[in-house]
Design a protein around this ligand. Structure first.
Ligand code: NI
Ligand code: MN
Length: 230
């Protein structure tokens, strides 16, 4: 049995049944709703996974690469930045449509429609294509959508997702209405809303989203620090 711990915005820690510790989109220090800082991961961090290069997804990834030496799983461009500019040797590049069987499970990159900047010192030449992550961990299929608009490509995920983490914040990503349409397309068993309430600009009523979507799937509203076992 594994567990998923939400840390606010899109930052999601996952511990698999064998104890492997993953961190998706580390955003802690400047994240006003994060429940922990980087020191929370200093005892062990095996992998960092990134959906795209925006600051609110990578800000704490770069220092954590140095502090805990995890393997980075990211798009080719972001992995190249980590290797060539940051000198981080443990990077595994993936790209849209491709997956790889890691010791802890499978990770496949899925399409996302969003911006491609990579935020970091010396990262100007490393724009990328944003992605979602479809992870198969201990037999459970977890889809972390990253930052994205509603896209018809999501229909391809139907039947492949048990737990879907979907942005609902609006303004930069899908809002609640489009996220509800995404749930209808993907048909996951469980939906965890993310990328909202971090700042007033993306404030949303997650409870209203839950009531609206609950006929389609179970909605688990997580506060930063909350754990969900899968
Ligand atoms: Ni973004
Ligand atoms: Mn974002």
């Amino acid at each position: 049995m594994g567990k998923l711990i939400f840390h606010g915005q899109s930052c999601t820690e996952i511990v698999t049944g064998d104890g492997t510790r993953l961190l998706v989109d580390p955003f802690l220090t400047d994240n006003p709703i994060a429940d922990v800082g980087r020191e929370h991961f200093h005892d062990r961090l095996d992998y960092i996974l990134l959906t795209h290069g925006h600051y609110d997804h990578v800000a704490d990834a770069w220092p954590l690469l140095q502090e805990t030496e995890p393997t980075l799983i990211a798009s080719f461009e972001i992995a190249s930045y980590a290797q060539e500019v940051l000198g981080h040797g443990k990077a595994h590049p993936l790209h849209i449509g491709g997956g790889f069987d890691f010791p802890f499970g499978r990770v496949k990159m899925t399409p996302a429609l969003h911006g491609g900047q990579v935020a970091g010192d010396g990262a100007e030449g490393y724009t990328t294509v944003p992605a979602g992550l479809l992870m198969t961990l201990d037999g459970t299929h977890i889809y972390h959508a990253g930052d994205t608009a509603l896209i018809t490509d999501m229909t391809l995920l139907e039947g492949q997702v048990d737990i879907a983490l979907l942005p609902i914040g609006d303004n930069f990503t899908m809002g609640p209405e489009d996220a509800a349409r995404a749930v209808d397309m993907i048909k996951p068993r469980v939906v965890i809303p993310m990328h909202y309430d971090t700042w007033p600009l993306i404030a949303q009523d997650a409870e209203a989203f839950r009531v609206r979507v609950e006929p389609l799937a179970e909605v688990v509203v997580m506060q930063p620090g909350d754990e969900y076992e899968f």
